[in-house]
Design a protein around this ligand. Structure first.
Ligand SMILES: C[S@@+](CC[C@H](N)C(=O)[O-])C[C@H]1O[C@@H](n2cnc3c(N)ncnc32)[C@H](O)[C@@H]1O
Ligand code: SF4
Length: 373
């Protein structure tokens, strides 16, 4: 089992909160397509004999690519990797790109999961975020998607400036009514060097209090669980059989290759990340210069990653897995440290598995960092 991630670094408009690697200039798009195909071909040996069970095109805005671009990229993947017939093949999309014709072409290229960046169903929120779409376009995109895709996911962000609890409740209600199979709900993060961070820094935009954010989060869990979604990861809710296989792969430490600028790869004991610069990425591939950095993951690094990722999921931390993968010392240390969180009802033990309670989920990052070595 292994997966592939492709980073498509082009966007039409810069959302004020976003710190993912992207460029607004399409000038190098053709050179980028040639470069990523080069990388896909060149690295096929790294996963030879591995069955690929998930492919994910993320961004940036993958749906900025034309059908011709996508066909070239998907062809090179199919020609160079052994893709399982059951593979989940996902693409992130922006609502303004999802015409019926475009969605038809995605089905033609084997995509079977469509993730749509809705963020909010209120035009006022979309404006504050500097999104390139309107609520009407998002609704139309979902309507079109339903005609060809069964596995539809939408992204929503809570804690947006001026938005408030009532709008968040409306967003969830709307999402449930639209009958999508998966919903990712992200707490707005104020990322450094974004327009949002600058505006908040100058007190031009209000931020929600922690109490309101916690209330929104707990309301989300209750509302979506009541609607039949399973809260299988801190920010992710899916109907049965519709959990994101790609993300589960990341959380279960299965190997993956990441192609494109800023993409990360993970092969058990090695982590590698490509340069977050389109020009250097293209030049690196053309001139056979290194366009990536890599690090060897020590046992401690891998243990910390295991704690951080598993704690966020419904699968939890399994004590036998700690012993067999990392050794008895890690097991002893974990059992000693986790007691404190059990006593505070932040973590609950079920036989050999430890999971966050809903109160614990609010503090997931802090708890994970206390449990790391
Ligand atoms: C990198 S974006 C790519 C998807 C697509 N380009 C879009 O904008 O819809 C993936 C998702 O991350 C979430 N996201 C990005 N930056 C965020 C932030 N600062 N806080 C919360 N969520 C964020 C958004 O919900 C977004 O849909
Ligand atoms: S949120 Fe999506 S569309 Fe907006 S800048 Fe980031 S990657 Fe681009």
């Amino acid at each position: 089992m292994a997966s592939l991630y492709l980073h498509i670094p082009f966007c039409k408009k810069a959302c004020h909160y976003c710190s993912f690697y992207f460029t607004l200039s399409p000038v190098k798009k053709d050179a980028y397509i040639s470069a990523i195909i080069h990388e896909i071909e060149e690295r096929a040996g790294e996963l030879s004999h591995q069955n690929i069970t998930s492919i994910y095109l993320g961004g940036g805005t993958p749906t900025i690519l034309t059908s011709t671009d996508l066909e070239k990229i998907m062809r090179s993947i199919l020609d160079n990797y052994s893709i399982s017939s059951q593979a989940e093949i996902s693409i992130e999309s922006n609502p303004e790109n999802l015409t019926l014709d475009y969605i038809k072409s995605l089905r033609g290229f084997s995509f079977n999961r469509l993730s749509i960046g809705v963020q909010s169903f209120a035009d006022a929120d979309l404006e504050v975020m500097n999104r390139n779409h309107t609520t009407q376009q998002a609704l139309k995109a979902i309507e079109n998607a339903h005609k060809l895709f069964d596995n539809i996911s939408i992204d929503l962000i809570f804690g947006l400036p001026y938005s408030g609890m009532q709008q968040w409740k409306n967003n969830l209600k709307q999402a449930i009514e639209l009958d999508v199979k998966h919903i990712s709900t992200y707490n707005l993060t104020i990322e450094e060097k974004t327009a949002l961070a600058r505006k908040v820094g100058r007190n031009e935009l209000p931020i929600e209090s922690d109490d309101t954010l916690n209330e929104m989060y707990l309301y989300t869990i209750e509302e979506l669980e009541n609607a039949g979604f399973i809260h299988y990861e801190i920010s992710n809710f899916g109907k049965e059989n519709y959990w994101s296989q790609h993300n589960i792969g990341y959380w279960m430490q299965t190997p993956y290759l990441g192609f494109g600028p800023s993409a990360h790869s993970y092969l058990g004991e090695e982590r590698r990340w490509n340069v977050s610069n389109l020009k250097l990425y293209i030049e690196g591939l053309a001139q056979q210069n290194e366009y990536w950095k890599q690090e060897h993951l020590s046992l401690e690094n891998r243990y910390n990653e295991y704690i951080m990722t598993r704690l966020r999921t419904i699968f939890g931390i399994h004590i036998d897995e700690i012993r067999t993968t990392f050794g008895e010392n890690f097991e002893i240390q974990f059992l000693d440290q986790v007691r404190n969180f059990e006593n505070q009802n932040l973590i609950i033990r079920d036989d050999k598995t430890f999971k966050l309670t809903n109160s614990g989920k609010i503090l997931a990052d802090a708890i994970a960092s206390d449990l790391m070595c």
